[in-house]
Design a protein around this ligand. Structure first.
Ligand SMILES: [Zn+2]
Length: 405
């Protein structure tokens, strides 16, 4: 392995310099968790692209990975990392993000801004920008119990929270086991998933409640396995509007085991219905965009003044038929949401009515992408006395629950 030496400077209360280190080295904490009885640690990116990172806590133990040094700070301590300085000195020299430091408190929690975290805080320097990412490395069950307040509602019935816990745990463990984020970036990013709507919105220490902790603890280690008995990405959304969708109906990825299932349970939600208009000019722009992106099954030939007509539609149709001149085209309904966004298209469950030159009227139900667990549906099923296992088997009829640790 080629070793690259470079000078790294950090501002940690005062400037400290370090020599030489291989960017390819990797911490040793990521053994195969599936063979462990203990719950694994998950690495969640909680902040990104910070110029400075401030971490404080009692009896902080700071480990600098680049020169393998450790230091214990007795009493209350705040530590600042100047990521701008690090970036300036090393710009162009790094091929992948660098794990600079990890911090833990011997006596309790770590503060990062206004939030408090359990576990460890990792500071990772970005290789292409003068900035750092901050990662919380935490036992997965603590992560799940905080997440339930963010991704669901901590006041909902316990069985709904338990169903959500299993779904979110499976999603997280799949990301972790498959190293999906690092593989996607082409280098080690030092985290398994980010806390955001793109992945899952995690919480901090005070987001966990007795009820969310109970939901996590009473399903500890349980995940949903696909028909091939492997971990698969498990998705969830706020409310499907009447029918869930399969991943390939919304995104490009096919995931084995998913089915589109009927769900009348979220229809009681007061916010379920939505009604929007799209003017003809924007409809034309959308269709041209879909043609450019290769989303239509036939090549789009669109000459100036060519008329567009939309064929009659129903909510259950996943595909919309339309004519450009005399040519029939098909487009996935989920492409509307990709183009117009989540505000105009709160869900993928809708039907359109074509009003000629006035454009489209769009009426829909639900909120979210519609794939997998319908959270409002889970809430309603739990209120009706269903267990989390029954809820999960409704939305994931081909999956089985397995306790991993
Ligand atoms: Zn639903």
């Amino acid at each position: 392995m080629m070793k690259k030496s470079f000078l790294i400077s950090l501002f940690i209360c005062s400037f400290i310099s370090f020599e030489a280190w291989s960017a390819k080295s990797r911490p040793v904490y990521r053994k195969s968790f599936l063979s462990q009885r203990k719950q694994p640690l998950i690495r969640v990116r909680v902040r990104k692209r910070l110029k400075n990172v401030f971490v404080s806590g009692m009896d902080l133990k700071r480990k600098i990975h680049v020169n393998k040094s450790s230091k214990l700070f007795k009493g209350k301590k705040a530590i600042r990392f100047n990521c701008r300085g690090f970036g300036k000195k090393n710009r162009g020299k790094l091929k992948s993000p660098v794990l600079l430091a990890s911090l833990k408190s011997q006596t309790g929690l770590l503060s990062l801004g206004k939030e408090k975290y359990q576990g460890e805080i990792l500071v990772v320097a970005n290789h292409s920008k003068p900035a750092c990412d901050v990662i919380n490395q935490i036992p997965i069950e603590s992560y799940i119990s905080s997440l339930l307040s963010k991704e669901m509602n901590s006041k909902w019935s316990l069985e709904a929270l338990k169903a959500q816990a299993v779904a979110a745990r499976t999603y997280a463990l799949h990301k972790m086991k498959s190293n999906q984020v690092s593989r996607g970036e082409g280098h080690e990013v030092h985290y398994d998933l980010e806390s955001s709507e793109k992945h899952q919105v995690g919480g901090s220490f005070f987001d966990a409640t007795r009820k969310t902790e109970l939901a996590s603890r009473s399903t500890q280690g349980e995940v949903l396995l696909g028909p091939d008995k492997h971990l698969k990405p498990i998705f969830f959304h706020a409310s499907c509007g009447g029918k869930t969708l399969k991943p390939d109906q919304v995104w490009e990825n096919h995931v084995d085991g998913y089915e589109s299932v009927d769900c009348r349970y979220c229809l009681t939600s007061p916010k379920r219905k939505w009604d929007k208009k799209i003017v003809y000019r924007r409809l034309v722009s959308f269709i041209k965009w879909a043609g450019r992106k290769g989303l239509l099954r036939k090549q789009l030939v669109f000459t100036a003044g060519e008329k567009i007509r939309i064929a009659p539609d129903r909510p259950d149709n996943n595909v919309l038929r339309f004519y450009v001149g005399e040519e029939l085209h098909l487009i996935e309904k989920s492409d509307f949401r990709r183009y117009f966004g989540r505000v105009l298209f709160p869900s993928n469950y809708f039907y359109v009515k074509f009003n000629g030159r006035k454009g489209l009227r769009v009426r829909g139900n639900g909120n979210g992408h519609g794939v997998g667990l319908c959270q409002v549906g889970a809430y309603d099923l739990a209120r009706k006395g269903k267990t989390y296992k029954e809820i999960l088997s409704h939305y994931f009829p081909n999956h089985k629950i397995k306790k991993m640790y």
